[in-house]
Design a protein around this ligand. Structure first.
Ligand code: HEC
Length: 437
């Protein structure tokens, strides 16, 4: 009779693929392409995985993080109906390789002469920009919270300008909640009368001010947002955003002090289209519920938002946005014929990762499509991030208030009118019954 050890030896010999996984041969190639862009000195992850010695103590944590799909950070439920271009998640085979390595003692194998991560991005990811606009030093104090702050920068474009891509280069990632860059057309009511040059803090009412009958896209449109998890990408092969002649850029900046005083000089690069594009990319923030009201200690509050497309468009990306009580968001399309399609499901929303989910293939949405987002919140004391479970929580800027927005990027023909997307003028922020500010 064979001993157990002898039986195992036979099995191992018979199945070379069951050879123990090693760091140098099996694990490093995965870390190198899927992890070290964040897990190296100077990047956002707190520990580096750029040598065997650095990685070995983390083997058990790495196994746990990949099996639970906590890492790499990617919060869309697997097997989505529509694939995402920027999907960071690991394949099952990659997960199994890492887990098997950790379970067999995390051996190095034959050491490589060096574990060299891909060269770090120097400068701009998207290449040499056509124009760069900078934040001229935002002083972030040690403690917060800080209000939304604004900066108006004139672009001095004499002609309508198509921008095929834009990129944020962020100086102090650790203290930035978000930065949005808006395009403000000449004559817009958006922050009209505020000075050009200095950074200022308007009230919520001042920010929401519009002119009677003013068209949404004449007032402002979102060019690009930065949040944790951001990665620069052009929008489309032959699509661009339009900056009308004479427009300003308006930066909306929300800094989150973390105990260290810094001055932030983040920058935004613009890349011009060489020829007029076939399609126009537009961003909207109107799939939102401004009237959400979460009762104290409610652990399963749901808020629903809908909007109906008045014209056909293609969906390019979705970005769910909530604050600390946000726990899930699901977005679906209800087509005019009554059929439905789930567009994105984030079952475990994580406020620290505000990912934009970019569809691999922009999705055709016919006129009359209803877009619906359902957001779940946990206002119970069991939510470890809950700032105050006894609060009735309403819409507001600060993370102790809440939000429910599904930011969408839509594609229409280049000469199309983006305001024709809306059946009726959407409700504006600042006009709802507001929460604490
Ligand atoms: C987009 C950036 C990013 C990528 C890619 C990434 N990580 Fe992380 N990782 C982080 C950050 C930031 C943290 C610390 C905050 C946190 O735990 O969410 C972290 C934390 C971790 C932790 C500690 C988890 C814990 O429970 O404390 C492990 C282990 C880890 N990462 C493993 C990996 C592995 C393995 C990969 C690749 C397969 C990977 N990460 C890819 C950014 C990243």
């Amino acid at each position: 009779m064979l001993t157990v050890a002898a039986m195992l030896a036979v099995i191992v010999a018979a199945a070379p693929s069951a050879a123990p996984k090693t760091f140098s041969r099996d694990v490093w190639p995965i870390l190198k392409t899927r992890c070290v862009n964040c897990h190296q000195a100077g990047e956002i992850a707190p520990m580096a995985f750029t040598s065997y010695k650095q990685t070995r103590p983390w083997a058990a944590a790495i196994r746990e993080a990949v099996l639970s799909r906590k890492m790499p950070p990617w919060h869309a439920a697997p097997n989505a109906a529509h694939a995402f271009r920027n999907d960071r998640s690991l394949s099952n085979a990659e997960i199994q390789t890492i887990a098997a390595w950790a379970e067999s003692g995390a051996p190095e194998g034959d050491p490589l002469p060096a574990y060299t991560p891909p060269p770090r991005q120097q400068g701009w990811v998207l290449g040499s920009p056509d124009k760069v606009v900078g934040i001229p030093g935002f002083p972030v104090p040690k403690t917060g919270p800080l209000p939304y702050s604004f900066l108006i920068v004139p672009l001095h474009f004499e002609h309508d300008t198509w921008v095929r891509a834009a990129e944020f280069r962020i100086e102090h990632r650790a203290v930035i909640h978000h930065i949005n860059a808006f395009i403000r057309s000449p004559g817009s009511s958006f922050l009209a009368g505020f000075p050009i040059g200095p950074i200022f803090v308007p009230t919520v009412a001042e920010r929401g001010k519009t002119r009677e009958g003013e068209r949404l896209f004449d007032r402002r449109q979102l060019l690009l947002g930065y949040e944790p998890g951001y990665f620069p990408m052009p929008w489309l092969e032959d699509g661009a955003k339009l900056i009308p002649a004479g427009s300003d850029l308006v930066f909306e900046m929300h800094y989150n002090p973390n105990g260290t005083e810094v001055t932030d000089h983040s920058e935004l690069a613009l890349y011009f289209a060489k020829a007029p594009p076939a399609e126009r990319v537009v961003a909207i923030d109107t799939l939102r519920d401004l009237d959400l009201q979460i009762p104290p200690r409610d652990r399963d509050y749901h808020s629903k938002a809908t909007m109906t497309l008045a014209r056909p468009a293609r969906l390019l990306s979705i970005q769910p946005h909530m604050h600390f009580r946000g726990k899930s968001m699901a977005i679906r399309a209800i087509y005019p014929d009554g059929t439905q399609s789930e567009l994105l499901n984030v079952p475990k929303y994580d406020f620290l990762w505000q990912t934009t989910y970019v569809l691999k293939q922009p999705l055709e949405l016919p006129a009359g499509t209803v877009l619906e987002s359902v957001a779940g919140y946990d206002n119970s004391p069991d939510n470890p991030f809950n700032p105050d479970p006894n609060d009735t929580v309403k819409w507001g800027d600060q993370t102790f208030n809440e939000m429910h927005i599904a930011f969408l990027e839509l594609v229409i023909e280049a000469k199309g009118d983006p305001d024709s997307l809306f059946q009726s003028q959407p409700k504006m922020i600042g006009t709802q019954t507001s929460g604490k500010h």
